[in-house]
Each structure stands twice: as C-alpha cells, then as structure tokens.
Design a protein around this ligand. Structure first.
Ligand SMILES: Cc1cc2nc3c(=O)[nH]c(=O)nc-3n(C[C@H](O)[C@H](O)[C@H](O)COP(=O)(O)O)c2cc1C
Length: 326
C-alpha cells in the first residue's frame, strides 16, 4: 500500500516546506555536515551561514571558504543561501551568481549585530535605512527566479523598534518569507526574545513568518507557536550538540551511548568535508556541546578540547562509552 504524501506545512511562494522546525543560520556552525544531520532529524529548511556578497562577487575557484559555504548535501530539503552586504550592486550580482548553484531560496541578512558589518550599513545596520531595504529587496525579487526572504531583528535599539514597518516594506517589495530574531541589535544576545513582537508581525503580513529566539526545549516549540501563530520555528543555539530537538525529542531522554554515536557520525562527515586536521579543530566546539551536561564527562570534555589527533579523539570516545553503565 502506498503511504500518503504529507502535505506541506507552508509555502515560500511556490516552494513547499514540510515541517515547522528549522535550524537557524549560525556562522561557524551551520556548515553542510551539521545542516545535513539536522535535516535528517527533521529540520525543514537549511540556511547556510551568512556569506558576504562581496566575497561571492570576487569569488574564484580557489576560494575554498566561499565554495564550501555554498555546498549542500542531498539530505537538505529547502536550500537557503543567506547573504549580507551594503553594496546594492554587489548584493544583486552575488544573488544572481548563487542562484545558478541550484538553490531554493535566497535570504538577505538584516540581523547581524557585528560592528564592522553594521557600521557599513549591512546586517542589522540596514534596519536603520528602511528605504534601502525596500530598494534592495525590490531589486533582488525582480532579478531572481527563486523566492527571496529576509531575516530581521526587531530594530536597531529600544527607541527604534521598527519591525512592523520593516516587515511591511519587505512584503511590499516582494519578499516571500520573514524570519524574526525577536531582539534588537542593541540587545545582542542578552535579555529575552520578545515573542509578542513576532505575533504582531504575523498579524501584519500575509507571507510566512518564522519565529526565532530563545527556543530551548521541545515544549518551547509549542509555546512560541501558540503565542505567536508563526508558521515555523527557527532554532539556533539550542540545536548545537542537539539535533534531536528537530525530532521533538529532549536531549536528556537520549541514551548517552546514542548521543556519542550520533556525534561520531557528525564527526565523520565533518572530517570528510574539511579534511582531518582542520576538521578536527573545527569540530571541537560541536563536541563540547554534545557532551555538555553529561554526567561524569568533565574529564572527557577537557581532553577532547585539547586533542589534535583523530585516532586519539576516537579512543577517548571509545573509553567513555565503555565506562557507561550497561
Ligand atoms: C554563533 C552564532 C552565529 C550566528 N550567525 C548567524 C548568521 O550567520 N546569520 C544569521 O542570520 N543569524 C546568525 N545568528 C543568529 C541566529 O540565527 C539566531 O537568530 C539567534 O541565535 C537567536 O536564536 P536562538 O535563541 O535559537 O539561538 C548567529 C548566532 C550565533 C549564536
């Protein structure tokens, strides 16, 4: 008997999205191996780390970093490449070039709080210039075949929370989805995310809205959906070392040996992607989070952070698994 095909949870213009939880873009974390793993556990969309439009415009085949950032795995379903920049011409040229990679959606970063980036009017810096947002989004949506989305913060600071204005501008300029990290730029990652603002945005626009900020547990997924009516829930920090959240399973409920087994699978793909030496160094921050809070794993955590050798890394994990109660 044929299993019925599930219907999409929502559409980004004509792109169907199956599922309502997705991994948030995180520079330094959401590379292909981690996104593919999260997709396998149920993350419904795959956003790349942010990529500088300038780096794409000046891209040549030798630019290993940009090339890697633009790669996707077969397990990733809705492929979203996120770009940032201040030069309108470069943003459009970069977007056109990226479109040729076979992506599903092009996303514009309007939330990055890093000073060097905002000072030039890119990332969250663009929230201070709504007219620029309108122009850039119009140019992107006119130039591209694929739908264009944006990821925003609530405004520059407490005095300029212009999220409703920005959300309407994005929609009017042709954007097909808005992801909202419910903090201002001035807040950085402090304070609590204001989910009420996400609810206001959802009320104000017709395009799908993703709610983001401080979703830490499986119960939080239902809470943010109920409080905001958002179409999807984007999870960042709480997904590091915890792909199970996309299967709506609490990490604490997963047996330690199973957690280590998944981490090893992640590690293997990661080493294949980056090569052994660089791969292991880059993997340590993931490893730390996989074993964080694990009982009796303080020594393991410490040893993993100092380890430079793949075989020794594997041996440390073997030893830890053998020490677990049957
Ligand atoms: C290390 C790190 C890197 C991030 N890089 C990006 C990025 O490249 N693009 C982006 O739109 N947001 C980025 N963010 C913001 C996250 O996507 C997300 O909006 C934020 O962490 C709040 O969600 P959370 O509480 O679930 O972590 C980053 C966050 C962190 C912690």
């Amino acid at each position: 008997m044929e299993t019925p095909t599930p219907s999409p949870t929502f559409y980004v213009r004509e792109v169907p999205v199956y599922g309502d939880v997705m991994l948030a873009p995180m520079d330094g974390y959401t590379d292909m191996p981690f996104r593919a793993l999260c997709a396998e556990f149920g993350s419904a969309m795959s956003y790349t780390e942010f990529i500088s439009a300038d780096s794409v415009v000046h891209f040549d085949a030798r630019d290993d970093i940009t090339r890697r950032k633009l790669q996707f795995d077969a397990r990733e379903r809705v492929r979203v490449v996120q770009i940032y920049g201040h030069d309108e011409e470069h943003l459009v040229r970069a977007a056109l070039r990226i479109q040729e990679e076979g992506i599903d959606i092009l996303d514009l970063n309007l939330g990055c709080p890093v000073r060097d980036i905002t000072a030039r009017g890119a990332g969250a810096g663009m929230l201070r210039q709504p007219a620029t947002i309108a122009r850039v989004m119009e140019r992107l949506t006119r130039a591209l075949r694929v739908p264009v989305s944006a990821k925003i913060r609530l405004g520059w600071d407490e005095q300029t929370r212009n999220y409703l204005e920005v959300a309407r501008i994005l929609q009017d300029a042709g954007a097909s989805l808005i992801a909202v990290h419910a903090r201002t730029r001035a807040q950085g990652y402090t304070g609590t995310a204001d989910w009420h603002a996400i609810a206001e945005i959802k009320q104000a626009v017709k395009i799908p809205v993703l709610g983001n900020g401080d979703v830490k547990t499986v119960a939080d997924i239902a809470r943010i959906k109920a409080q905001t009516g958002c179409d999807g829930v984007m999870i960042g920090r709480a997904a590091i070392g915890n792909p199970w959240i996309f299967a709506r399973q609490e990490r604490a409920q997963i047996a330690p040996a199973e957690r280590i087994a998944v981490m090893r699978r992640h590690l293997a793909h990661h080493l294949e992607f980056y090569g052994a030496t660089r791969g292991l160094i880059l993997f340590r921050k993931h490893a730390y989070r996989y074993v964080q809070g694990e009982r009796g794993a303080a020594a393991l955590r410490h040893a993993l952070m100092l380890c430079n050798d793949v075989r020794e890394f594997e041996r440390l994990l073997d030893e830890f698994v053998r020490s677990l109660p049957a």
